[in-house]
Design a protein. Structure first.
Length: 174
């Protein structure tokens, strides 16, 4: 596969996987960790829906064609130079990793959690935090990004103080 097409293949594959998992999730059996009912279920369903809205806002802020991989694919086909710019507008004014944050919210805010879903949620959360760390390491080569990261937390609702502790501890792990 040409190097230029790898990001678009990855993005499209990941997006399709998330949509299919969301639509067709079937527990493997065993007991349920929790199952909410009544107003608790409604509240969790609202948070779940908001996590999808956050995902779409994140993708829109990045550029829908960029985030889906279509832009990279098209530029590769047209033999144009690929640009990897860092988005600083939209949701990125409030959070450096909104796509990761929205995905973490998606896997944790369902009204029912089976033990296999719990295992998957824990695994994905660890995977995302490691991915955020690796992304930060790569992006910190850019002086503009370092300044940006001083003013914008990694994830929503983190204070600068807690964000610096998170970055210091998690980023040191690898």
């Amino acid at each position: 596969m040409p190097t230029e097409l790898y990001p678009s293949f990855y993005s499209l594959h990941a997006s399709l996987g998330i949509i299919l998992m969301d639509r067709f999730w079937c527990p493997l059996g065993g007991s349920t960790f929790y199952s909410l009912e009544g107003s608790s279920m409604v509240i969790m369903t609202v948070f779940y829906s908001l996590s999808w809205l956050l995902m779409f806002w994140s993708m829109y802020s990045t550029g829908l064609l960029k985030q889906s991989g279509i832009e990279d694919w098209w530029k590769g086909v047209m033999k144009k130079n690929l640009t990897n710019s860092i988005p600083y507008g939209g949701i990125y004014k409030y959070c450096r990793h909104p796509i990761y944050a929205s995905f973490i919210a998606m896997v944790w805010t369902g009204p029912t959690m089976t033990f296999d879903h719990l295992f998957l949620s824990l695994s994905w959360t660890a995977y995302i935090l490691i991915g955020a760390r690796l992304k930060e390491k790569r992006l910190r080569r850019n002086k503009g990004y370092i300044q940006y990261s001083e003013n914008v937390p990694s994830f929503p609702f983190l204070t600068n103080k807690f964000d610096k502790i998170l970055v210091k501890y998690l980023w040191r792990l690898s």
